[in-house]
Design a protein around this ligand. Sequence first.
Ligand SMILES: Cc1ncc(COP(=O)(O)O)c(C=O)c1O
Length: 476
Amino acid sequence: MHDHPSAEKLQLSHAQMRALGYQVVDMIIDHYEHISELSLAQKADRTTLEQRLHEPLPEQGSDIAQVLQQVQRDIFAQSMPLDHPRFFAFIPSPSNFVSVMADALTSGFNPFVGSWKVGPGPAEVELVVIDWLRQLCALPEGAGGLCVSGGSVATLTALTTARHMKLHSDIRKAVIYCSDQTHSAVDRALKLLGFSAEQLHKFRADRHFRLPLAELQEAIARDRAAGKLPFCVIANAGTTNTGAIDPLVEIAEICQAEDLWLHIDAAHGGAAVLSEAGSALLPGLDQADSLVLDPHKWLFQPFEIGCVITRQSRWLRETFSVLPEFLRDVAGVEEEVNFRDYGIQLTRSARALKLWMSLKVFGLSAFRQAVTRGIKLAEYTQEHLQQAGCWEIITPAQLGIITFRYIHDSQFSGDLNLLNQQIVEAMLKDGFAFLTSTVLRGQTVLRLCTINPRTTEMDIRETLQRLERFGRAVSS
Ligand SMILES: Cc1ncc(COP(=O)(O)O)c(C=O)c1O
């Protein structure tokens, strides 16, 4: 116990630690309890924040209470809360308090989960959590993976493994296939891995925004005939734009027949296996050679936790393992899993703890209900839009995502893209809810992602009423 503060040891007294701890916890609880009252209007501009935060390096320390005040006022109040029940843009991050506390514990105990011998407890928890996700996705025993910062790094890890296992070092003739609805994390990963943009064949998605199978097969045959090396298909289990699911079973059959690596991006949609309706939409998930699923999206975890699973966990080890001399003493034996050998990071924290703790505390059935609610809320949104008569549904509710546009009435002759863009801008100014537009086949459309289990039906109705009011105002 530290009874005396000692700045040079970066140490607080016992009383100071407790006071700071309680204050921090109170701030977080306050955030949770009052979040729905927060405005979602645009935050401060760069000039304002430079004035508030840009200061010389603080040579001397200052009062903790004042620093905390600044944290609240200038940092978190200037950050859009993605766990707000009316934050409908991108893929929201609804999070949960148990996991927040788990992150505090992880930070406090600061375990090193790179080498088994140094952190076996947290490594075992990560093995357990990954195995739970493996079971949920019905992947076979022997499949395994690890937790990383999020979907982008999970994608990079998966595609690095695909390249290593399928192509070894010669990537020049390789071709990768996906639809134009695929997340940009894939473009970035392939770029980092040395593939040129021409090596990624992006198909225009079909009318349901899915990868077109006949075109995929034709392209593979054409590429082979031209001496190229078809190597990997990237399929979506829930696109960010519309929640579309590529025909996974059929794609898996093509991959099997053509000896191609099947990567499935289930960063958003994978969690839907927890609900009956979602699970019925996702046959074929179990066929992935590599799969990405992000708990910091629809498994309600705070940032940052993404997961990558490969059909055989040894594929990751074969791809990433290196053993420098200073790690020989902690190399361990076969059953001791050194996560540093399975991905990019050597020093890595206990990311899995929050998912493990929240699943233990709430139970999987609570997660099932929360995911099911997200799916239903999008359907509820669709019903309301249909009743109002001034909206066109562009893509129906799917995996908690719906897209639509304001069409006013049949007499309206103005620019609908501009009109819908203006509706989004009006909502950004208003701050009641936060949503963004997206572009589907050249049309600007509005998009809601309704996966926050604390979103109420009233939140949805009031958001739609406002959108309609803005629509009327800008079209008149
Ligand atoms: C389908 C999909 N894949 C990948 C990603 C990238 O994940 P992250 O932002 O966690 O890096 C996202 C992010 O929204 C996504 O929706």
